[in-house]
Write a protein that binds this ligand. Structure first.
Ligand SMILES: [Zn+2]
Length: 501
């Protein structure tokens, strides 16, 4: 048994002003053939899961191409075409050099392309053109996917992450790999059913270790254990995509029993609709969050800049929270990251240990504060490379690009250390600070540009976690966004609506 593995993964915010180009994929994550195997073997990634499942189930995987880029605006037509063509070409090569029994794909589910709002269906259509309509194609998806009936029709099984923070891409990849063996050798015939629930939720409440998602997740697991059910996937979706499929998707796959899959999906959807009011987010005002954190007798207080989350398409150069920290005189404080390649260059020119003056941040758009005129000291200059050691993407190397740690002078003797990077990265691992010489447990205040993912690594060390009401692309108040393509009615915008599956 011989299975091709690969994928294209992107989460696209249609509200971002920065298009995602081929270059973004090449600089962040692009691997072919043997390079793919050496990049992912032994890692807790989706592909790492495919590879291990194949080994345990005793079949061969043949690497093709894997491309991913940091979330930003829609993927350009050129990038979509080039990457998809290459993936299809490499699957064709696998087919030409031996028997091909299946394809395991790591996709996202929220890729918007200039060519197609439903980027994943575009990809899988091109793969189907190579492998035909009947070969098993199993697709692993991020929990943030905005999924269409077409994708469910094109794929044999969709397996989405169960956890947010995403601590289980490996486990779901492994699961997908085992399903592949069950289908090819075991004769299972997957019958997937999707139910689209017209509910739009802020990502901050999609967190699966807290209510309302916790109880929902438990119910989904119970259903997954029913005889004949292969997989239960639930995707609260990515709200920062103004496209028709954006809402809450529930996908249940049974073994040759569509009625059971539909009944199970409807039960889950009915429960979800009953808790639809529990997804509200009430973040703390900026100045109050800072002054309370400064007064706290326990540390570190983690202030989450939830609205400038690079994982949701934010530029990660927002300055509103930093401005408050400097003005209010916060000390023993570290902020990560501030993406500003110009300021990194200025810090490099000044050199380690020397004073520096910067016009810092807020250079990408006008939604994340103003550039700040700041002065301080260059503490450290690095190449920005480190390896994840925490619960997410364990073992995967990250590249922040050239990076500078600067300690900025605030009012009343305040001092704020800022990790200024050249590339965007969502802080999901304590190594992002430790690799820059900052010990997170010793800080009074830690500021992270992240909506939820930081929790996996930071909850164990945090005295308290505070969601701060900064302005920005990933602000939880979705009424601030102007939607045009969203399928209506949808809750909570159409507050009086009724719905049943
Ligand atoms: Zn996600």
């Amino acid at each position: 048994m011989r299975v091709a593995i690969g994928g294209i993964s992107h989460e696209s915010s249609t509200f971002s002003t920065v298009p995602t180009t081929l270059q973004h994929f090449y600089e962040r994550g692009y691997h072919e053939a043997d390079d793919l195997m050496s990049a992912f073997t032994g890692t807790k990634s989706a592909l790492g899961g495919f590879i291990d499942a194949a080994q345990v189930a005793g079949y061969d995987v043949v690497p093709t191409m894997m491309a991913s880029a940091v979330p930003a605006g829609p993927v350009t037509a050129e990038a979509t075409e080039t990457l998809t063509k290459r993936l299809a070409e490499m699957i064709q090569q696998v087919k030409d050099t031996g028997p091909l029994d299946g394809v395991l794909l790591s996709l996202h589910g929220a890729m918007v392309s200039e060519l197609d709002d439903d980027g994943e269906s575009y990809i899988v259509r091109k793969v189907r053109e190579v492998v035909g309509p009947d070969l098993p194609v199993i697709v692993e998806l991020d929990l943030h996917g905005n999924i269409t009936q077409e994708l469910v029709d094109l794929a044999s099984v969709c397996v989405a992450y169960d956890e947010y923070p995403h601590t289980d891409p490996y486990e779901r990849g492994y699961e997908a790999g085992i399903h592949m063996a069950e289908i090819v050798r075991g004769g299972k015939k997957p019958t997937p059913v999707i139910v689209k629930v017209p509910l739009l939720t802020a990502i901050q409440r999609q967190h699966t270790h807290a209510e309302p998602m916790l109880t929902f997740k438990r119910l989904a697991r119970e259903i997954e254990h029913e005889r004949g059910i292969m997989n239960v996937s639930y995707l609260p979706g990515f709200p920062f995509a103004d496209i028709a499929p954006t809402n809450f998707s529930i996908i249940v796959t049974a073994d040759n029993d569509e009625a059971h899959a539909r009944d199970a999906a409807n039960r889950l959807a009915t429960y979800l609709w009953s808790i639809k009011d529990e997804f509200r987010v009430e973040p703390k005002p900026v100045d109050l969050a800072v002054t309370d954190a400064m007064k706290s007798s326990v540390k570190p207080i983690v202030l989450a800049d939830i609205s400038d989350n690079p994982g949701g398409g934010g530029p990660a150069d927002g300055t509103v929270l930093l401005e408050a920290l400097l003005r209010l005189g916060a000390t023993n404080t570290a902020l990560v990251p501030m993406v500003d390649p110009e300021s990194v260059k200025a810090a490099q020119a000044a050199g380690e240990g020397n004073p520096v003056q910067l016009k810092l941040g807020a250079k990408v758009d006008n939604m994340h504060g103003e550039p700040l005129d700041v002065s301080g000291t260059v503490v450290r200059l690095t190449d920005g490379k480190f390896v994840h050691t925490g619960p997410m993407n364990t073992g995967v190397q990250v590249d922040l690009g050239d990076t500078a740690v600067v300690e900025l002078d605030g009012q009343n003797g305040g001092k704020v250390k800022v990790v200024v990077t050249s590339l965007r990265y969502q802080p999901t691992d304590l190594e992002v600070l430790r690799s820059q010489g900052i010990e997170p447990t010793e800080q009074q205040i830690l500021v992270v540009k992240s909506s939820v993912h930081f929790r996996a690594a930071f909850t164990p060390i945090a005295a308290e976690i505070v969601e701060v009401n900064t302005p920005g692309l990933t602000n939880p108040d979705l009424t601030l966004l102007e939607y045009h393509k969203l399928a209506r009615p949808i809750y909570p915008f159409d507050a009086d609506m009724t719905w049943e599956p």
